[in-house]
Design a binder for this molecule. Sequence first.
Ligand SMILES: NC(=O)c1ccc[n+]([C@@H]2O[C@H](COP(=O)([O-])OP(=O)(O)OC[C@H]3O[C@@H](n4cnc5c(N)ncnc54)[C@H](O)[C@@H]3O)[C@@H](O)[C@H]2O)c1
Ligand SMILES: CC(C)=CCC/C(C)=C/C=C/C(C)=C/C=C/C(C)=C/C=C/C=C(C)/C=C/C=C(C)/C=C/C=C(\C)CCC=C(C)C
Length: 612
Amino acid sequence: MLNFAFLSAPQKHVFSSYISRHTPLHPTVQNPNFHSKFESLASGVCKASEFPSGYGGLREKASRGKRVLAVVSSEPVVKSEGSGRRREESGEGFDAIVIGSGIGGLVAGTQLAVKGARVLVLEKYVIPGGSSGFYQRDGYTFDVGSSVMFGFSDKGNLNLITQALEAVGCKMQVIPDPTMVHFHLPNNLSVRVHREYEKFIQELTSYFPHEKEGILKFFGECWKIFNALNSLELKSLEEPLYLFGQFFQKPVECLTLAYYLPQNAGDIARKYIKDPQLLSYIDVECFLVSTVNALQTPMINASMVLCDRHFEGINYPIGGVGGIAKSLAKGLVDKGSEILYKANVTNIILDENGKAVGVRLSDGREFFAKTIISNATRWDTFGKLLKGEVIPKEEENFQNVYVKAPSFLSIHMGVKAEVLPPDTDCHHFVLEDDWTKLETSYGSLFLSIPTVLDSSLAPEGRHILHIFTVSSMEDWEGIGREEYEAKKQFVADEIICRLEKKLFPGLKSSIDFMEVGTPKTHRRYLARVDGTYGPMPRKTPKGLLGMPFNTTGVNGLYCVGDSCFPGQGVIAVAFSGVMCAHRVAADIGLEKKSPVMDTMLLRLLGWLRTLA
Ligand SMILES: NC(=O)c1ccc[n+]([C@@H]2O[C@H](COP(=O)([O-])OP(=O)(O)OC[C@H]3O[C@@H](n4cnc5c(N)ncnc54)[C@H](O)[C@@H]3O)[C@@H](O)[C@H]2O)c1
Ligand SMILES: CC(C)=CCC/C(C)=C/C=C/C(C)=C/C=C/C(C)=C/C=C/C=C(C)/C=C/C=C(C)/C=C/C=C(\C)CCC=C(C)C
């Protein structure tokens, strides 16, 4: 029998609430099979049985030489109710609280934990990952977001997912994808982006032989940028000791990147390419990266994607994309930090000097830390979590340069395997007959069939089809429940019809399972305002110049994720996590810093952004 007499009153309260909540059918687990299903998700060497104790485990902790029973993560005791003193004040608080467990938040959290910081991640939903999460239905494991994964190889400096996992002792098994995407475009332009660069260039030039030189020159310039990026050690561009160190060690590469920082891919493509159809093709390539055309896509981001797919390649993690977040969450807890699910942050708490010192949850609980990192979008962070506060000038600038990209409609389907022709590629992009429809709602279709690579994601004899397309919140608001359901069915039917015509005859009759998500679904489950896909330039941007890094105008508050430099994409938000952790670590004394140089660099960067 355990004797709990040594627990203080608040600890007893926490413990009894833990016991009552952690019955086999935990009410936070909406799906009673969730736990076992989640555990069964394959994730390489991170054993599934080692589910983060953050999901409500009890563990023993050493504290000042005494062994005390501590409740981990389901209810970290932060505010001592008796004395009214915060742990932070008594020297026991967290170094950082991360709001949200998207890949950006988890990478920031784990990188800090590895540096010795004590981190608390607060996630609104019941599992980690946000748009890189997963869900399971009827024997299918669906990726919430895209299944095209960069950053998983063993070489170079840009394999940020491999590095993030390695930092916490995890490695995932991956399956190399021979084709990043198969484009089905107007005028029967059908281009496969092969893993091998030469094969891809050969295929593209077979459609545009007269532009061979232009194609090689454009991609050549992309490789110049990619190679410069790949040669740097990637850390915070807001930390002067690192930044100037890199300039000193790799001056040519840094100057190359500085030169391209304010440039867009469309302008560079136009230097070499004249054929309007080929320029439209490059628009489509960029649309995948940024949901806007090439003239609005930063050249650094375009180069990163257009080259990395041939350098590291696209690799799918066995068991699904959700395994990445699951492994990072486990790694975080292994490193002595904590993650708490069903923790909906409603406010960031500022002290009397306007410094961010804590957060309040929708159930009234408060947690305090030296620094607060928000993985919510900047619109949510400054519009909701800091509601009532004056919005800092830098955020006003950001909102002048960037608007919220529309959301998307997603269809997750299970289909009979026979409907797919042999050798079907894993990822497809369909824009049937009109280039001008590229950026319009429902104009183009993204389609992934991850079971082509990993059949374990679906029951035997079945495949997963995940289709998504641009859709705006305005389309779905102000209608009643019945109309909403009928509209979902109608829009999905139209899309299925298009795919039947273009790719898979008989698709409709082969459907075994189907679930449609709208912008409202994405707003609700990803906690992203209007379900937005992320920031999109209001007009032609100056490359990446206007994209904010991680510090904010509020002392102690940092942002991470896709509304920070360099923008959308799992690998991009992983980089923002690495940058953020480095800057925070310097600010809390875990990394070297120079306060004088900090002030100068942050002012300089602030000024540069005003030029965007
Ligand atoms: N193939 C791909 O490249 C691919 C696939 C999937 C996702 N993605 C990318 O991932 C990027 C998004 O990653 P991200 O790191 O910015 O975050 P995210 O939006 O994926 O996750 C944010 C997390 O924060 C949580 N959250 C938000 N507000 C909260 C609050 N107030 N309290 C508690 N929790 C809260 C959400 O529930 C969510 O889990 C997107 O840009 C998308 O492109 C890319
Ligand atoms: C600071 C100053 C001012 C200056 C200095 C100079 C320098 C040094 C600089 C540097 C820089 C850097 C480092 C940068 C970096 C960058 C990076 C890393 C970037 C990255 C990016 C990435 C990206 C963008 C990615 C993306 C991706 C994506 C989005 C994906 C997606 C996908 C999809 C959607 C798919 C599709 C699908 C189908 C088809 C189905």
